[in-house]
Design a binder for this molecule. Structure first.
Ligand SMILES: C[S@@+](CC[C@H](N)C(=O)[O-])C[C@H]1O[C@@H](n2cnc3c(N)ncnc32)[C@H](O)[C@@H]1O
Length: 670
């Protein structure tokens, strides 16, 4: 008995070995985009033979098909057989799984929600007449079994290629989790490659540090390489996902297909160049960050697999809401921090927006827009206050960012505000703010461009409002800036009429340069570190804020951090550009005692409540209550103080700290 079962086992193993040989012959002979077929250590121990797996890339652990083989005595419709096969497919995370009892076979997709026997993508039509495992050794059966093995493989391969005819609805949750997995895998690979390359390449190490410094995350993330690797991974995934989304509205775009022998990312270029005829430069223009590490074989396999997976979905029937929510959830806010992307909490951005933007069709700019927090806030505010359409809003809301990754997120975030609109071209540009000057032109699609690819040069306008949270630089990181970039910062300050001190923080240069792009009567609303209220470098800044642009308010909070992800004491600055001889208005030093979200809570329209708070804080009298303290200070007195002693800044932080009662006791303190 024991001998007999031993013989049977041997025969099954031998048969499996034969099947692997057949499959590998097919794979190598026919350029199927597959790597190899192998026998793997089974997921269940004791009493089970090896698992048969066909791989897209074995090195990258990208399985394609898991075959559950049983002897002819197990009926094909045995529920336990199906459950075993499905379990194996899920365990290996293979795209397809198959049941085969040497008589019949069935092939399924593992990736659909809860597959059942009704979902087979192919079943054998003619059962073979084998009754015992040994029968495979007979020549006629051997030939038939060989054919069945190839049929099983072909069923999965053909379905994979032409799955488009079998398109499926998108389940956003599964979809996002799959994309997240791909991003994670790519990031791990790029991280390893970056680390390896930078260990032996000093120039690359310097470059990575510079990127982190310029994007403002040096010193704020634990691992620069990890952040940059994530940015590269996300950029690929974001581009591909966005391409599929765009094809829903621009059918002239070609179907995104890459063959197993295509080299990536080169093979993607023609597709991405095609989109750039319409717009979306911020997403599809090749950027140096993508070329920091070569895309190795494994990463290429993941990107290829992603494209193949996305192609089987029914994009045409996908609603804008569902796609919008996929984009929204693709990178959770927490992840953005690890990617070096810091963002301002929305209530903070909203208060600055409501305090800064004015007019029926104002041009608004965030010069370092990140993922677009301020731009989305401005969009929402103007949709409420000025009742403008999506297309109109996109034409007046501008964003620059040096980081292609950030700009990509900003485009996606504005784009998804109304995906039903054909003219959906956000004015986001991957730029160094200091290289952008008024009247420079940037190509954007002409109005009514949906049917064509006409682009027109649009001059950078004078802005009615400049808002944002520009990068800060710790003084110890100043030396990591590229010397040419540093030079440019100082030159831009001079060009704007300011003599910036040596230790000037990066955000102050943003203020100086912004003044050149602001209309008379326009406002600037920035989140800034509080250092300039007292630091030496701030003399020039304080002078500027009492001259070319006039400080309206400084807002601090005792109840929350305005920029919680970064260990910096932040305040809000609101300033207005006016003619030099504009009459003085008092400076308001505001200290909030409750979080902004509490101060703007209540019933009725959200924006009406935010505007009400913004107006309340522009008080023309000093006031203190349980919500805030506002201390009014005479700018003429501060100007005189700065002129009398040009070696020291004024100490403005004291106005944010002392209770109003202090001033009535020490009348001359200010
Ligand atoms: C602190 S983040 C702010 C992001 C966004 N404004 C927010 O508050 O959510 C600063 C952004 O400025 C960008 N940045 C840094 N230097 C820049 C420059 N010279 N020109 C344009 N953008 C820049 C960084 O890439 C980063 O996305």
């Amino acid at each position: 008995m024991a001998k007999k079962s031993g013989r049977k086992e041997t025969n099954e193993q031998e048969f499996q070995g034969q099947v692997i040989t057949w499959l590998n012959t097919e794979i190598s002979k026919r350029a199927l985009g597959l790597d190899t077929a192998t026998q793997e250590k089974p997921r269940k121990t004791s009493g089970h033979r090896s698992d048969m797996i066909v791989w897209i890339d074995r090195l990258a652990v990208l399985p394609f098909l898991a075959i559950e083989l049983k002897t002819p005595t197990t009926p094909i419709n045995d529920p336990a057989f199906f459950a075993d096969a499905l379990g194996k497919g899920r365990y290996w995370k293979s795209k397809y799984f198959a049941l085969w009892n040497m008589r019949d076979f069935e092939v399924y997709e593992t990736t659909i929600t809860n597959p059942t026997p009704a979902n087979a993508i192919l079943r054998s039509t003619h059962p073979l007449a084998l009754t015992h495992v040994d029968d495979w050794l007979k020549a006629n059966f051997k030939k038939d079994l060989h054919e069945q093995a190839v049929e099983i493989l072909d069923a999965a391969v053909n379905h994979n290629i032409s799955g488009i005819s079998n398109q499926r609805a998108i389940d956003p949750e599964i979809f996002v989790s799959r994309l997240t997995e791909d991003i994670g895998q790519l990031r791990t690979i790029f991280y390893k490659d970056l680390k390896k390359a930078s260990n032996t390449d000093r120039k690359l190490r310097k470059k990575l540090k510079q990127i982190a410094t310029e994007q403002g995350f040096e010193g704020f993330v634990d691992d620069i390489d990890y952040a940059i690797a994530g940015q590269i991974g996300y950029r690929f995934i974001g581009q591909i996902l966005f391409y599929f989304a765009l094809r829903r509205k621009i059918p002239a775009l070609k179907e995104l297909q890459v063959s197993p022998t295509d080299v990536l990312p080169a093979a993607l270029k023609p597709f991405f160049d095609d989109v750039r005829r319409y717009d979306y430069e911020a997403l599809f223009k090749p950027e140096p960050i993508e070329a920091l590490v070569p895309v190795g074989k494994v990463a290429q396999a993941i990107i290829r697999r992603l494209i193949a997976q996305l192609a089987v979905y029914d994009w045409a029937s996908l609603t804008d809401d569902v796609l919008g929510s996929i984009f929204e959830h693709l990178i959770p806010r927490g992840q953005q921090i690890l990617l070096g992307q810091f963002y301002t909490p929305r209530p903070v951005a909203d208060l600055l927006v409501a305090s800064t933007i004015d007019g029926e069709r104002p041009f608004v700019l965030d010069p370092g827009c990140g993922s677009g927090t301020f731009l989305m806030s401005a969009y929402s505010y103007l949709a409420y206050a000025a009742n403008l359409s999506h297309k109109e809003l996109l034409s007046i809301i501008w964003g620059f960012d040096v980081s292609p990754f950030a700009a990509e997120l900003a485009v996606i975030n504005l784009y998804r505000q109304d995906m039903a609109e054909y003219e959906n071209f956000p004015r986001i540009n991957v730029s160094n703010f200091f290289s952008r000057n008024q009247k420079d032109t940037i190509e954007f699609p002409a109005s009514q461009a949906a049917s064509g690819t006409q682009k027109v040069p649009v001059p950078i306008p004078q802005f009615d409002s400049i808002v944002g949270n520009p990068p800060y630089l710790r003084s110890q990181n100043q030396d990591d800036l590229d010397p040419d970039y540093r030079k440019k910062l100082f030159q831009s300050a001079v060009a704007a009429g300011f003599d910036a001190g040596a230790k000037t923080d990066l955000f102050a240069f943003f203020i100086y340069h912004a003044t050149k792009l602001m209309k008379n009567g326009s406002r600037l609303g920035f989140v800034t570190p509080a250092s300039w209220l007292t630091s030496d470098y701030a003399i020039t800044l304080q002078q500027a804020l009492l001259g070319t642009i006039r400080i309206q308010s400084v807002i601090a909070s005792n109840a929350e951090s305005f920029f919680p992800q970064v260990d910096v004491n932040a305040v809000l600055l609101i300033a207005e550009k006016g003619p030099k001889d504009a009459p003085d208005e008092p400076i308001r030093f505001v200290t909030l005692k409750q979080p902004i979200s509490v101060l703007t809570g209540g019933n009725g329209e959200y924006w009406a409540r935010v505007v009400a708070l913004a107006q309340e804080l522009e008080s023309n009298v000093s006031v203190e209550n349980e919500k805030y303290r506002i201390k009014l200070v005479d700018p003429a007195c501060e100007r005189k103080g700065l002129n009398d002693d040009r070696t020291k800044p004024r100490n403005w932080s004291k106005f944010l700290r002392a209770p109003l009662s202090y001033y009535s006791i020490f009348k001359d303190v200010a």
